[in-house]
Each structure stands twice: as C-alpha cells, then as structure tokens.
Design a binder for this molecule. Sequence first.
Ligand SMILES: Nc1ncnc2c1ncn2[C@@H]1O[C@H](COP(=O)(O)OP(=O)(O)O)[C@@H](O)[C@H]1O
Ligand SMILES: C[C@@](O)(CCOP(=O)(O)O)CC(=O)O
Ligand SMILES: [Mg+2]
Length: 369
Amino acid sequence: MQTLEFFVSAPGKVILHGEHSVVHGQVALAVSLNLRTFLQLQSTSSGEVHINLPNIDTFLSWEITALQSLLAGCKEQGGLKELDADLLKRLREFTRISEDSTDTRSMAVLAFLYMYLSVFAESLASITVSVWSELPTGAGLGSSAAYNVCLSAALLSARGNISNPLTPQQESARWSKEEMELINRWAFMGEKIIHGNPSGVDNAVGTWGGFLRYHAGNISPLSWVPVLRILLTNTKVPRSTKVLVSGVKDKINKFPSVLKPVLESVSAVSCVCEQTLTEMAERGPSAEHYNILEELIDINQHHLNVMGVGHSSLDTLCRVTLARGLHSKLTGAGGGGCGITLLRPGEKTPPVSCLTSLSVGRQSRRGAG
Ligand SMILES: Nc1ncnc2c1ncn2[C@@H]1O[C@H](COP(=O)(O)OP(=O)(O)O)[C@@H](O)[C@H]1O
Ligand SMILES: C[C@@](O)(CCOP(=O)(O)O)CC(=O)O
Ligand SMILES: [Mg+2]
C-alpha cells in the first residue's frame, strides 16, 4: 500500500417515521443531520494496526502478525452477503468479547477489526485509524452507522477497492454511485455487528445523505420535500439499539397477530407523511398540513410505546412539548436517547437538518457535505 493519509466524514440521521417497523420490512422516512463523524487514516510502517476512538476513550493496537493468525483457515473472506460467523467467532475469542456483549467499546472494536481483516485479508497493512464524532454515542442519531460508513469508506479506499477520488487540486470529493453502493454494503456489515439485525436505513442515510424513503432494502431519495424545522432533545438516558431491536422481535414472536398490524400501521404513517410532505413541497405548506404531520407524530409515538421502546423520559418530552402546543416522538431505537419535536414556521429554534452525505477530504473538520 502506498503511503497515504486522508480524512472521511459521514453524517448522522434522524428517523422521522418507521424506526423498528423498518427492520420488519416496513417503510421508513429518514434524513441526514449536520452532525458528523470524522475519520483519519494514515498508513505506517510500524507492523501494527492502531485505532484511536477518543469519544469512547479507546486507544488500542495490535501486531499484524497476531491478527494474521485469525485469518488462517478462513475459507473465503470479504463476502458481502452474510457475516463470516467463523471469523467473528475467532475475533470474539481473540478480543475476549462475549456474544451477548453490548459494551460500547467492545462493539466498536469488533466492527473495526472485522472490517479491517475482511477488506485487507490478502495483505494486512500497517495503519492508524482515528475516529471522532459530533454525534452523541448511542442516542438514536445513527452514530453507529456514521462510524461504520467512515470505516468502510476509508478501509476500502486504502485497500484500493474503491478509488481515492481526491486530486491534488481538490480539498474534498465524493465517490461514484457504484463505489458508494459498495461502501454502504460494507457499512451494513459493521451495523450487523453492532446492532445484530439492522434494517440498513441508518447506513443508507450515512452514505447517501439527504431525505430518504427506505423500504426492504430499497433506497429512494425524496427530492421534493419542504424545509421542516425539527427540534432535537437528548434525554441522555443510555440504551442499546441491539437490545431494543431484539426486544421488539421477541414481542412480535410472542404476539404476532397483535404486533403485525402495529408495524403495518407505522408503515402507513410513513406513507401518509410522505404524501403530505410532497403536497407541501408542491403547493406550499398550510396549517392543515402541519395538523396532519403532528397527528402522525402522536400516532407513531403511541405505536412505539406499544412495541415497548418508550421511556418515561420520552413521555416527559411529549408531555412538556404538548403543553406548549408542540408534538414529539422518539427517534431511532428509543428506550431513552433522542426525541424529535416538529416546529411550525415562526417557532424560535434553529433547524437541525442540512442534507449532508458521506465525503472524503484533506481537512480534518469538513468534507464536501
Ligand atoms: N464516535 C464513535 N467512536 C467509537 N464507536 C462509536 C462511535 N459512535 C458510535 N460508535 C459505536 O456505535 C455504538 C452505538 O450504536 P447504537 O447503539 O446503534 O446507537 P446510535 O447508532 O443510535 O448512536 C457504540 O456502542 C459504539 O460501539
Ligand atoms: C430501531 C432502528 O429502526 C433504528 C436504530 O437507530 P439508532 O441506532 O438508534 O440510531 C433499527 C434499524 O433500522 O436498524
Ligand atoms: Mg445505531
């Protein structure tokens, strides 16, 4: 590998409607945030791999020779259909991370090592990777997806599987559609390690940015949407997406006839919301449009409570904002984390979304966006 140093960054996301239901094949609407995760990759000649994760106070390194032994006997590396269970098992033994662990550091390290070993399987390279973020970790804003998208893009680019799109004259650049698709698919592998059973919506938004409709793996950008002003509140109640997603699955298995209509109703909420947003973009927003959006938020928040992913801190958010005539719901996996509140035009709080996507650059702070 030639000597190189570069930066990539990817945005977090807000799910407007469809969290959890989207894992079970229903429609979700999500939008990228102007809060990003940044990654710096440097090639070295140390014979080691270093990872620096200051947000989670994790600074680790491994001898390449020790990592090489994990690949011995692996039949085929680099597959993108399913996780390589054998490699993951070896990695868990090597790092002493148990199968039921949801520990923040362990999940981040496991996702990194899995992706590094899979992408560089043929010839492990000495690199130092540093990742830092403006996103709160584990709060429903897709920090895991932004982390995985950055890792995927940087490792694939360093390995030469995708181009390094920067020319000497450029400060930042983007990859081609095919390269972005590959980045997205590897990021999904990382999400599988961190989430267990992800839908793929978060890594799609982290890669492509913008406002997306996501349905059973199909990503459709919504180009005609009005500017929505959304207030984000972080309850700061910690939770794990993996645990919440698996709790919803257990509930569906226990009461399929009760839960399936709820998931379908959430999907319908996403569809009616999409129609309303399209109408608002075409004809201009009216008070009646806002009434509909607010009612949909309330309906979805009730559905999410039925799925068992609410939290008293989120109930408080809904109650406090409603007392001021505003409507809120949880966003992401719930169980704490962040909530969103729709603001009507004229409300005095700045909007949070700015439709940014994955980018590569020389600067440590901002890419093309
Ligand atoms: N900046 C970061 N540095 C290292 N790991 C991170 C970072 N951001 C996210 N992660 C990984 O993602 C996990 C959080 O993912 P998750 O529970 O899905 O929450 P969310 O995606 O809503 O923030 C963390 O436990 C950690 O493993
Ligand atoms: C609950 C879910 O719909 C979104 C999870 O988002 P986050 O990790 O809480 O940011 C899971 C998924 O779609 O993979
Ligand atoms: Mg996540």
